[in-house]
Design a protein around this ligand. Structure first.
Ligand SMILES: Nc1ncnc2c1ncn2[C@@H]1O[C@H](COP(=O)(O)OP(=O)(O)O)[C@@H](O)[C@H]1O
Ligand SMILES: [Mg+2]
Length: 288
């Protein structure tokens, strides 16, 4: 089914013509406006996230990637537009509906991936205690399964975050995001701070979870390797809206100064390979 751009998509260049059916779209944002006082952060922003995909969300530092994520999660008010998650507008939802939505998503925030005073197991059990009514024994069994799922050794269960490497912390935080068996996880720069090998392993894990659990992933990232290797589609935030969304090939063809310098710049050229993408065009020298 072809979706007509909504009336809120005033700017035709920002209109999304989606070919995905309603069932395939987990998140549908239309005409979203977010401001802090007089400072506009997002303006007439539209975005679709589809079931079973890894969406890479990219844009300049300070552009509003984390603000959009927090707005989708209902942690930040918006001044206009609509955001539906699982067909429900969380911002307008009843408490009961909100609870049902919260049980279907998991989040790994950019800051404070884990509670430092709690062990790995206790961290993973936080959402279980909040949303489920399980015996301690069952909770611990589920926690063991999550730890296994994210590739942590069984003895990580009783460790504190300070005893873990950066990569293990991210995995434990992912295990917590997966505690309620969500349909979608939101990851805010999950591989930042990891070395390239740790980052590649994390990406591989995300891809495996997509393939085995049918997990949908909304991943804010600066990591070009992740964008090139792990992401099914990419959305670029710029000029306060989603400038372009689609497969990598669309990004490489897109005519916008920041998009060009990002996807064809020096760093990009080191990760573009023959099988990943067409050869990059000559270096873009314009201002980002
Ligand atoms: N709660 C807030 N109050 C005021 N300004 C904020 C708030 N949260 C974020 N901002 C501002 O919004 C802009 C976008 O921030 P952010 O979404 O964190 O950027 P990034 O794209 O790097 O994730 C920044 O200028 C930031 O200072
Ligand atoms: Mg951010």
């Amino acid at each position: 089914m072809t979706r007509e751009p909504s009336a809120q998509d005033g700017d035709p260049s920002n209109a999304i013509v989606s070919t995905a059916s309603d069932d395939d779209v987990l998140i549908r944002a239309r005409g979203v406006n977010v401001a802090f006082g007089s400072k506009k952060i997002l303006e007439n922003l539209s975005l679709d996230v589809r079931r079973g995909e890894i969406l890479g969300f990219v844009g300049p530092s300070g552009a509003g990637k984390s603000v959009l994520l927090r707005t989708i999660l209902g942690l930040n008010p918006k001044q206009g537009g609509s955001i539906e998650v699982f067909g429900i507008d969380y911002h307008e939802a009843s408490e009961r509906e909100k609870l049902s939505v919260e049980r279907r998503w998991g989040v790994l925030f950019q800051q404070g991936a884990l509670f430092s005073a709690l062990t790995v197991a206790e961290n993973i059990e936080v959402p279980m205690r909040e949303y489920l009514d399980l015996s301690p024994k069952l909770m611990r069994e589920l926690t063991r399964l999550k730890i296994d799922l994210v590739g942590l050794a069984p003895d990580a269960i009783d460790k504190y975050p300070s005893e873990l490497s950066g990569g293990m912390i991210k995995r434990a935080a992912l295990a917590r995001a997966l505690a309620l068996d969500p349909e979608i996880v939101f990851l805010d720069e999950p591989t930042s701070g990891l070395d390239p090998i740790g980052a590649a392993e994390f990406d591989q894990l995300i891809m495996t979870l997509r393939d085995t659990l049918g997990l949908s992933v909304y991943m804010v990232t600066h990591d070009l390797d992740s964008l090139f290797q792990a992401c099914d589609r990419i959305a670029v935030l710029g000029d306060r809206k989603v400038l372009v969304e689609g497969p990598l090939s669309k990004m490489l063809d897109y005519d916008h100064p920041w998009v060009k310098s990002y996807f064809h710049g020096k760093r990009a050229r080191t990760v573009v390979t023959d099988d990943a993408a067409p050869a990059p065009s000559p270096a873009y020298d314009g201002a980002a």
